[in-house]
Design a protein around this ligand. Structure first.
Ligand SMILES: *Cc1c(COP(=O)(O)O)cnc(C)c1O
Length: 308
């Protein structure tokens, strides 16, 4: 079996943006083949052997970073990879690109099934895919207890760095989808007095709290949620997202993802008064997803085209 090496620990850089100092954990540099925090969430499946597993089953959106990373994992392990999504547009079928195209190249078998998308249908999903001993099922976005393995390693990298730099008070900020990354970081950093802040990008605050509870009942381990002043629809194009993404790239020469990070940075900058001490922003990778988002943004806004 081919090996994938994760570049650990990922570096932490000092950055200066819009007149403020931040630290930035470059989890986007974790691996050439895996997507940022998905490598962390799937680390458990890289570090252990699963001789009885023959196929991996998961579900979610047809351009998801998690889907792509699971396709890498399955290819590496010689597993079949079956993925369920609620729709695939004719345009995407005719013009495969981004995570979708790369996952297909890795051998993903994708099928459309509207009910595979809803959380409450998980049990039925397992029945329908004839879940057996040879099947590994991973929840949408890698929201599983097994994700704790890689995120504990990440938390320890942060603790070691904090000790080395003698940083007294440390806050962490990262944008959330399923909230898995934020939750396990908070769980493993709590004893060191590090507070993890996040903002929901996919659903609302209630959705995110529910996701946390699915993974950890004790709410004292839950991250602190800061809501955005504006309501965003996940995956839709917003001029202010594109603007801050371009500004970040120009100002600190780092490329961020276009779905989560523009929300993350806007919410962080709107709420700086809430933080005392140093702020560490987690870059969770996801840049392959930009391949599908960026052309959409450029078509809409590049020439200062206002008709959004
Ligand atoms: C998947 C992803 C997230 C969300 O991670 P969760 O653990 O689901 O909250 C955030 N940013 C990027 C770039 C991602 O790919």
């Amino acid at each position: 079996m081919e090996e994938i090496k994760l570049n650990l620990p990922t570096p932490i850089e000092s950055i200066h943006f819009r007149g403020h100092d931040f630290y930035l954990k470059r989890d986007d540099l974790i691996s050439r083949d895996f997507s940022g925090n998905k490598a962390r969430k799937l680390h458990y499946y890289l570090a252990n052997d699963f001789p009885h597993i023959k196929r991996l089953v998961s579900y979610g959106s047809n351009q998801s970073n998690a889907m792509y990373s699971m396709s890498v994992l399955a290819k590496l392990r010689g597993w079949d990879f079956e993925y369920y999504t609620d729709h695939i547009s004719d345009f995407l079928k005719k013009n495969p690109h981004g995570n979708y195209a790369k996952a297909l190249e890795n051998g993903m078998k994708i099928s459309c099934h509207s009910e595979f998308i809803s959380e409450s249908k998980n049990k039925e999903i397992l029945k329908q895919v004839q879940y057996d001993d040879g099947t590994l099922f991973i929840n949408e976005g890698g929201r599983d207890k097994e994700a704790s393995f890689g995120l504990e390693i990440m938390a320890n990298e942060i603790i070691d760095w904090q000790t080395e730099k003698s940083i007294q008070k440390l806050n962490i900020f990262l944008p959330s989808g399923t909230g898995t990354t934020a939750l396990f970081l908070q769980k493993y950093l709590k004893n060191n007095g590090i507070k993890v802040y996040t903002t929901p990008c996919v659903g609302d605050m209630a959705y995110l709290m529910k996701q946390f509870s699915l993974l950890e009942e004790d709410i004292s381990f839950h991250p602190t949620i800061i809501n955005s002043q504006k309501k965003w629809h996940f995956g839709k194009l917003y001029k202010e997202h594109y603007k801050i993404w371009l500004e970040l790239q120009k100002s600190i020469d780092v490329v961020f993802d276009l779905l989560y990070d523009p929300i993350g940075w806007q919410v962080l900058l709107e709420n700086l008064e809430k933080f005392r001490g140093a702020i560490l922003y987690i870059h969770q990778g996801g840049l392959l997803g930009n391949e599908s988002m960026l052309p959409r943004y450029e078509r809409r806004f590049k020439d200062n085209n206002e008709d959004n």
